[in-house]
Design a protein around this ligand. Sequence first.
Ligand code: DI6
Ligand code: FE
Length: 416
Amino acid sequence: MIDKRERPVDAAPRLWRNARLATFAPGLPGIGAIEDGALLARSGRIVFAGPASALADEAVDGAQVVDCAGRWITPGLVDCHTHIVHGGTRAREFAMRLDGASYEEIARAGGGILSTVRDTRALDVEGLVAAALPRLDALLAEGVTTIEMKSGYGLSGASEIAMLRAARALDDRRRVRVVTSWLAAHATPPDYAGRNDAYLDEVVLPGLAQAHAEGLVDAVDGFCEGIAFSPAEIARVFDAARALGLPVKLHAEQLSNLGGAALAASYGALSADHLEHLDEAGIAAMARAGTVAVLLPGAFYTLRETRKPPVAALRAAGVPIAVATDCNPGSSPLTSLLLAMNMAATLFELPVDACLAGATREAARALGLLDEIGTLEAGKAADLAIWDVESPAELVYRIGFTPLHARIVAGREIAP
Ligand code: DI6
Ligand code: FE
């Protein structure tokens, strides 16, 4: 269902040799490292990723050879949670928060998400594309090859759809895979204040049906929170998604605990995201359902939260953990997935290897794309990042430094 659009591929076989591979292949420990590695791609797909000694000579006949000079190759990075399509900034609110106003106070006073809604509605599709492109380019320059983009700042049928059209246009404009989420249940627009059910009936649900009919929706998201939508309201959105055969995900337990993660898990959600206030019952429900926990340390940092997501308990329960930027103008004006990994390590104590897996394999899982991307394994898309580092741990450890050597999408190299 997700992301099955045709993409241009490089048909010619290409061999990256003299490389070190961080494969993240299941069955290999840690990052799945292979020294003296080689990676062969044909028609945009990996046909071999492993020790050079195991690659048959005849397999590489006619391949264009790239000498990696010992550089590391990882799967292309995957940013599985962004609100990158939007108008305006919220720099003024940032200053207000530093003066003591809380995020919730600003939201309840008509600022917050609703101020971005005003700036987003003011732009047409082309304006939204132009506004998002510099942010997208910042992520691509760090080796991102797949990015999720949400609606959620239009809050009318037409403007939510415009946001997703912009996301699809960005997919055409750059060599990157874009995955979309319908997030009309993000905030209640002023004309529906206090009437969430009417907003669902008149905007969220009919808009979803229309956007889906236009092929604009890969998954359905919501914001389950006191300042947004209740579990019962989110359940109505998820029922509609299920009827359309669309996977769901949820912003859950960010500012309080409403049981959103358990609700999402009961719908077999791909992911539950944020999770600072997640409890034991929510963890158990996510573990049973295989729902990925998406950590968004940029929002935790920006809002100067003190309660951390229960990372140790999630890991002990075997819940897969992804890391994403949450790139948005209010709570996470972050366009660096490398910094998000660093923050997940430093702020949330996520181990370094888990941070790396969280921005590759587990982020792919969170998008329902693990069969296609996220590891270096034969059969998957040849989406790669090549790095000038001594070890992949450096990608997590450095702050504000991007050692990207090359970015490859569907086997074709794009200068960083
Ligand atoms: N949680 C968040 O952190 C973002 N959305 C959400 O549901 C914030 C959105 C914003 O403040 O503009
Ligand atoms: Fe978000």
